[in-house]
Design a protein around this ligand. Structure first.
Ligand SMILES: Cc1cc2nc3c(=O)[nH]c(=O)nc-3n(C[C@H](O)[C@H](O)[C@H](O)COP(=O)(O)O)c2cc1C
Length: 356
């Protein structure tokens, strides 16, 4: 029965991973405020960041009483359905199919969305249909409802988060905490819960985010998270740790060269390897994934590291036994110890698992 449960759990994990929700942060910034907000946001979530830039450089939108900014918006307002009404932007190479969450960060110009961001959304808004769309607006003092209206015109079929975030120019220094509070308000982590195969490794100072592949070894490691283990040095290019329970692996696992940033499993010894220098293919060394953030911090990891799933939001921490060791037990949603193998949803080590 135990094996059946593990198998079903692996199936669940792999199924979830196949609908992974990636996030795109698209921003435009004329005087740097929205850029600072984009930096604050991307430090808190795993996201790809895209800067929108006007094709014509060096324009002074604020000159002559904001004449140019006003002129650009007037042109859009006169013919909002015409591509020629929008100022040209630099080409962007983005495949929106890759993203389920899109966060737009834009300045407010005359109570509207800044013109270059309007161009981007005019060109790509239709491709955002059905995706989760978040809006962050920076203005000096004006309220942002006009920008929300522009956004809904340009991305009419987006699934908007419950609330936009307004950050005044004077608040930009506090952007990190404003963004963090907003992410909680809109339940952002819940919405990205399907981003299940990304993990965070941290010793409290150095943090790395890995994206796992869909092999059985990666799913097995993912399944036992969160864990806290000692990190050790090995050779001159590896940090390693021994998971508290054995990683199971099958014939689907992949051997290959391991560039810096690779996460791998060394099956003869049962340890996980975080490479900070390149290594060649080796028998029984299976690739689990790669660092998508913080690869440069791997070599600094020291002491006890916490390895946890990103986007896992059951909010229930793993059980600790009296001796401080983690006690792997399953609980029904009413908090009682669950009967292993009984169909239903249980919580095991802080994660929801469906037993069929
Ligand atoms: C052309 C233009 C028009 C603006 N219009 C307004 C406005 O109507 N109300 C307001 O509060 N701020 C207005 N601002 C100020 C910007 O919204 C604000 O400084 C914002 O933080 C700038 O973001 P950025 O630094 O990313 O460009 C305007 C700025 C420009 C350049």
């Amino acid at each position: 029965m135990k094996r059946t449960i593990l198998f079903l759990s692996l199936l669940l994990t792999v199924a979830v991973a196949s609908v992974r929700a990636k996030t795109l942060v698209a921003y435009y910034s004329y005087t740097g405020n929205c850029k600072a907000i984009a930096n604050a946001l991307s430090g808190q979530i795993a996201a790809d960041v895209l800067e929108i830039q006007p094709a014509e450089k060096g324009l002074k939108y604020e000159a002559n009483g904001y004449a140019l900014g006003t002129q650009l918006l007037n042109a859009i307002n006169a013919n909002p359905d015409e591509a020629s009404s929008y100022p040209t932007i630099d080409p962007v190479s983005v495949s929106l199919d890759d993203y389920q969450n899109i966060i737009i960060i834009t300045p407010l110009w005359w109570s509207q969305m800044a013109a270059p961001m309007q161009t981007f959304l005019f060109n790509y808004g239709a491709q955002m249909a059905g995706k989760n769309v978040g809006l962050i607006v920076s203005s000096a003092s004006s309220g942002i409802s006009g920008v929300e209206t522009d956004c809904k015109r340009l991305v009419p079929n987006g699934k908007y988060y419950s609330k936009s975030l307004w950050i005044r120019s004077s608040q930009v220094g506090n952007a990190s905490s404003l963004v963090s509070a907003w992410l909680q308000q809109i339940n952002f982590t819940d919405q990205t819960q399907s981003d299940a195969m990304r993990i965070k490794v941290s010793d409290g100072t150095n943090t790395i985010i890995y994206e796992l592949n869909e092999t059985s070894a990666a799913a097995s490691l993912y399944q036992m998270l969160p864990i806290e283990v000692a990190v050790q040095n090995y050779s001159n290019n590896e940090k390693i740790f021994y998971p508290p329970t054995a990683v199971s692996y099958g014939a689907d696992c992949i051997e290959g060269d391991c560039p810096a940033g690779t996460l791998a499993f060394f099956s003869p010894w049962g340890n996980v390897v975080m490479f900070y220098g390149a290594a060649s293919r080796y028998s029984g060394l299976y690739i689990l994934g790669k660092a998508i953030e913080g690869a440069g911090h791997v070599s600094n990891l020291a002491g006890i590291i916490r390895v946890e799933a990103l986007g896992d939001t059951s909010g229930i921490q793993p059980m600790r036994a009296d001796n401080g060791q983690s006690a792997s037990r399953s609980y029904a949603l009413n908090g009682r110890v669950a009967e292993e193998g009984r169909p239903g949803i249980i919580v095991r080590d802080g994660k929801k698992v469906v037993i069929k």
